[in-house]
Structure formats: C-alpha cells, structure tokens
Design a protein around this ligand. Sequence first.
Ligand code: AMP
Ligand code: MG
Length: 401
Amino acid sequence: MLDFDTAQNRLVQAGTRPEIAERVTVDQARGRILANNVSAAINIPPADNSAMDGYAIRFADFQEGISYPIQQRVYAGDLPQAIQPGQAIRLFTGSLIPEGADTIVIQEDCTETDGKLHINVAPVQGQHVRFTGEDMPAGKAILLKGTVIGSGQIAILASQGVTEIDVFPVPKIGILTTGNELAEPGQPLHAGQIYNSNASMLASLVKQLGSNVVRIVHAADTLEEIQDAISSLAEECDLVLTVGGVSVGDKDLVKPAIEASGGDMEMWRVRMKPGKPVALARLKGTPIVGLPGNPVSAYAVFTLMVSPLIRTMQGRTEVLPPLSYGRLDSQQDYQGDREEFLRVKAKSMPDGVLGLTPHAQQGSSIISSLAWASGLARIPADTKIAGGSTVAYYDFNLWGY
Ligand code: AMP
Ligand code: MG
C-alpha cells in the first residue's frame, strides 16, 4: 500500500497540464488560471503625482517664516504649469506634480491667507510624492502564468487598461455514483434506501476549485451499468470521478468495470484514514479516480488527492492544498499505521496559536461532521501524537485558491 505523500504525488503527476488558452474579458476572469505571463505595458502611476491634499513647492525655496504666492490650483486630472521659483501650487491627492516642484506640504501643516501660503512645519525633500512607475514599472512582469485570478489580480489588470486576457480552459469533469441503495434527493425514500449525497457534494467541491462538472451519472451495482457509465464519461470528460464500489466487498465493481473496459489501474489503496480504498486508473488516456463511498472519505480524498490532480489540469502553479499549523486541542493521544485526517474546527487562541478541536464523531459516515469542521488536521502515520501537539492543518476555505 502506498504512503500518503507518494500517492498524492502520483495524483499530481496523473494530470496533464493544459497547452491551449482561451480569451476572456477581465471582468469574467475571476477564478480562472492565467495562461501567459503578463508584463506592465505602462508605468503605474503613469506620472509623478501627489499622495496628499496640500501644496507643491521647490524644496530649495523653503525658508522658515516666508510666504509663497499661490500660482495655480491643480485638481486630479488637470495639467499643471511649471512652478515658478518662490511660488507654491495648490494641489490634491492624485494631482500631477508640476514640473520643477519636488515636495508636497500637506494642508494641515500650512495656512493660506490672501492667496499666500505660509508653511508651519519644515518639510522633508520629496515628501508625499508618488513617483512614476513606483507601483509597476513598464516592462516588469506583474502576473505569472499559472496564477489564479482573484480580485487583486483583476485590479492590476484593470489598472493597466487591460480588458481581455488568456486563461487555460476549464477541465470537464464527470461524476459517477454507484449503489443499489441510493435514491436521488427529491424522490421518495423507500425502505433500505439512503439519499445520494455524494453527487451534490462532489459537484460543489469541483465548483469550489473553479472547475466544471459536465455530467453526473448514477449506476446500480452491476458490472454492465458501471462499465457503460465509465466508458461514456471517459469519452466525454477530461477527468472521471467515481464514488463507492471501490473497496473489497462483493458489490465493489468499479475496479473490475474499469479493467473490463480496457482501462489500466495505476494505483489502488493508500495508507490514509479515511480514504484507504482510493483508486487511480486511466481509460483511453482519461484519468479516473475511484473515491470511497462513505461521504467523509469521499470529501477527504477529494480535497487531499483529487484537488491536486484538478489543479494540475487547470494549469495552476500551486497544486497542493495550502497547509498551515495548529495545536491539537484534545486529551487523546493519536497513533496509527495510516496517515490520519481528523475533522477539526479551528479557532484562533489568545496566545496567537490556531487551536484545532476534533469532532467527537470521527467515523467516515458522519456527514454532519463535514459542515461542522473548518478543515482537516493531519496525524502522521506510525508516530505518537499527544493531545496539545502541533500538527499540519488543511483549511477547507483555502482549497479554491
Ligand atoms: P461503498 O464504498 O459503495 O461500499 O459505500 C460505502 C458507504 O458509503 C455505504 O454505506 C454506502 O451506502 C455509502 N455511499 C456510497 N455512495 C454514496 C453516495 N453517493 N451518497 C451517500 N452515501 C453513499
Ligand atoms: Mg456501494
């Protein structure tokens, strides 16, 4: 059985990075992945301007006790005259710095009487000037290929006057749920049945990553139905996720169905808890990940193992889920021969440490723990972890970034 990190790395390698790009408007680009490096086309700011409301002077003209005739009033967007020696120009935040002026005196440090300025606090040369290109010099790389476009990246692009960018296509993902016992939400629940919660849960997780579920299929526990569904999903999608039927029970037919369709098993079973039965296969070039049916296992495997694969297929530079560290707030010691992922609720403590409280029910069928938890605490295999220890923590809210 593979250890967790090796298996996670296999999943990263199983994804093909995109080679083509598509053009989208910047306003539609949120959550997409940049397909090219972007360099600054213009200096930001494009010209020296004032950071404050006040007056521009030539620093060399400053003397205590003298006054300065006010030559001009310049609002943001106006073009100033060159400043005359011994004079001041009134300006405001964002006003261009007049040629010859080099220092801004803020209005709180001045008095203006009869069109003349008196400076009450000695200025420092160059103060309150925003210099051309100090934010983004023309030609400098400002965004790198593989970056997720968020609000800050959109601000950069808009500040450069850019309206369209090249992003990678969104991978098309298909989901296959399996099990004779499953009923669809909205349908009556007959004796022996449970509702199919994994389909909606996985579709939501895929969306949270900025990808797209193109088809969801359900198959009963027969080789024929599962085989048909896998073949057609593999044809249509860039990645197929199956859920359930991947363990060692009589009705665990996902592996046999993949093999009967001519697919290759690349990996099966990982030393992790929950999620041990996870499988990786390939059918006619399309990767297939078999997730365990228990909802908590499916959720954990998706976030820890499937998300790195999807991130690779999206063209992201950062493919592993972001990690932080916290203190396990538990009386219990943990030790096992598998990497264990506990559903925990994180809370910032007064000492500045992130406290991680495990959910009381860590069973892999406890769906209610998924909404309660803020993330997963990682307990390394074959290591005794006492309550109060510092452990790695995966925050559910960071998976989309
Ligand atoms: P399996 O891996 O198919 O043996 O399923 C393990 C457990 O997960 C069983 O209790 C199943 O009823 C349950 N399960 C499987 N698929 C789903 C699903 N789509 N939604 C909710 N529970 C499921
Ligand atoms: Mg099943």
